[in-house]
Design a protein around this ligand. Structure first.
Ligand SMILES: NC(=O)c1ccc[n+]([C@@H]2O[C@H](COP(=O)([O-])OP(=O)(O)OC[C@H]3O[C@@H](n4cnc5c(N)ncnc54)[C@H](OP(=O)(O)O)[C@@H]3O)[C@@H](O)[C@H]2O)c1
Length: 224
């Protein structure tokens, strides 16, 4: 049995991850912004924890509530597109700053807050969920907010993998696929369940030697 902490666990890919880990008999600390909306998450078998990834105070409060309990797997899944106004001519600067808090700064603060929990596992695994839109290979323009905040997360995660080289923690990045969620929309390629199953098997197979790797949900390596 593993103890797994998942952010943004109430819907979309995070919900599917929670359900699959719970079904496999793992203990899930399901971090959500509003527990009242997801009391039935995974049949009520996940431990709900309030955590707003855009708030350092909320991250610290969650760490305090969880205490020193070892965590085997931490998935920084919470994320935001940054809204609809993200072309050069129609750019919402407040949303850009908010998206930086949620997509970039939050996951790194969460990693820092729970480092000792991951180390206490002896074989901790940190998976930060980024996007193909963050890669230098993404060929389309627009989406300044989403692409830049996820690209910054990718780079910060690479730095974290270097900084934690001596820690018993594997640090990696995941593009979860184009997924049929509120964010991905109905025309996306794969279901949350397919994405989650892939992410779970990538994490299960990861070893310390894989730290710093950028994966796709299907186990392939994503180009940077
Ligand atoms: N869907 C795709 O095609 C796709 C592709 C590439 C990458 N991704 C990434 O995959 C991850 C999950 O995406 P999804 O498709 O499942 O998106 P989603 O259906 O829009 O769900 C987003 C999740 O993030 C949570 N969230 C947003 N802001 C938060 C905050 N400040 N603090 C804590 N939680 C917050 C939401 O919680 P609330 O319910 O409280 O709003 C929700 O649980 C994201 O990081 C996303 O960028 C998705």
């Amino acid at each position: 049995m593993a103890r797994v902490l998942i952010t943004g666990a109430g819907r979309g890919i995070g919900e599917a991850l929670t359900e699959q880990y719970v079904t496999a008999g793992d203990e899930v600390i399901a971090c959500v912004r509003n527990p009242k909306t997801c009391e039935e998450l995974a049949g009520g078998k996940a431990r709900l924890q309030v955590l707003d990834a855009g708030s350092p105070e909320s991250i610290n409060a969650a760490r305090e509530a969880i205490g020193d309990t070892p965590i085997d797997i931490l998935i920084n899944n919470a994320g935001t597109t940054g809204g609809m106004k993200q072309t050069l001519d129609d750019l919402d600067l407040d949303e850009w700053r908010r998206a930086l808090d949620v997509n970039t700064i939050g996951p790194i603060l969460i990693a820092r807050a729970f480092k000792s929990n991951l180390a206490a596992s002896g074989n901790g695994k940190l998976m930060n969920v980024t996007s193909q839109l963050a890669a230098s290979t993404w060929p389309f323009g627009g989406m300044y907010i989403y692409s830049s905040t996820k690209a910054a997360l990718s780079k910060a995660t690479q730095i974290l993998a270097i900084d934690w080289k001596e820690a018993p923690i594997t640090v990696a990045l995941m593009h979860p696929g184009w997924v049929k969620t509120d964010m991905g929309g109905a025309n996306a390629d794969i279901t949350p369940s397919t994405s989650a199953a892939g992410i779970i098997s990538v994490i299960a197979a990861m070893t310390k030697a894989d730290s710093g790797t950028f994966y796709k949900w299907n186990g392939e390596i994503h180009p940077w």
